[in-house]
Ligand binder design. Structure first.
Ligand SMILES: N[C@@H](CCC(=O)N[C@@H](CS)C(=O)NCC(=O)O)C(=O)O
Length: 203
């Protein structure tokens, strides 16, 4: 049986993408919460050995560490044949790369800017991010089209990737379009869905 060890934190949308995928796929794993707000040198040595950059998420598969949320999602789908499996890989790749370049770029920044009251963000940066979000929200609707999920009738790796930061639209100070609101409520209704804090308990 494959051994899966997952390092993450509830404030990391990137880690939330992977923990949701593990839950949806029913892959048994251990979770270790890494305090992403603590200085890097204070993080556990095993974690830093798995990812010397010190970022979450990290998924260790049979002792082999995988980093970068999108790459981890693709590894899960191809290795275990889950969440769209090999037939869904083309769709998964396209949307994971779209997410990372677009909606998964502006939303974390808009959320973080609110946490720090805009400190450190140059003039105009937040307006530019909001403009990008408006374009991304239109594209979201085009990609989803009439389907309940991005992979069709059931969620796949693309849904996990896009969920990472769209779960926090109010925290980012932006509105959901009707298409986004419908998809978000279907995602929240998934039986395995949990609040981030419940996916990464502190003990
Ligand atoms: N592109 C990476 C982003 C990973 C990332 O930015 N992780 C952040 C949390 S969202 C982190 O670990 N921050 C703490 C640090 O860098 O010390 C991915 O998709 O996994």
């Amino acid at each position: 049986m494959t051994d899966l060890l997952f390092y993450g934190h509830p404030d990391s949308g990137h880690a939330c993408k992977v923990t949701l995928a593990l839950a949806l796929a029913g892959l048994s794993h251990r979770t270790v919460r890494i305090d992403m707000w603590a200085p890097r040198e204070t993080r556990p040595a095993e974690f830093l050995a798995a990812n010397p950059i010190g970022e979450v998420p990290v998924l260790v598969i049979d002792g082999d560490p995988y980093v970068q949320s999108g790459a981890i999602l693709l590894e899960l789908a191809s290795r275990f044949g889950v969440l769209g499996g090999s037939a869904g890989l083309k769709r998964g790749r396209e949307l994971i790369i779209w997410e990372a370049n677009r909606i998964g770029m502006c939303l974390p920044q808009l959320k973080e800017a609110r946490r720090v009251n805009g400190e450190g963000y140059p003039a105009g940066a937040l307006d530019w991010l909001r403009l990008r979000y408006a374009a991304d929200a239109v594209r979201f609707g085009q990609y989803l089209s009439e389907a309940p999920f991005f992979h069709g009738a059931a969620p796949g790796i693309a849904d996990c990737a896009i969920w990472g930061y769209t779960q926090w639209l109010p925290e980012a100070g932006v509105e959901a379009t009707p298409a986004m609101a419908g998809w978000i409520s279907r995602m929240r209704a998934l039986p395995v869905m949990r609040a981030p804090e419940d996916f990464f308990p502190s003990v």
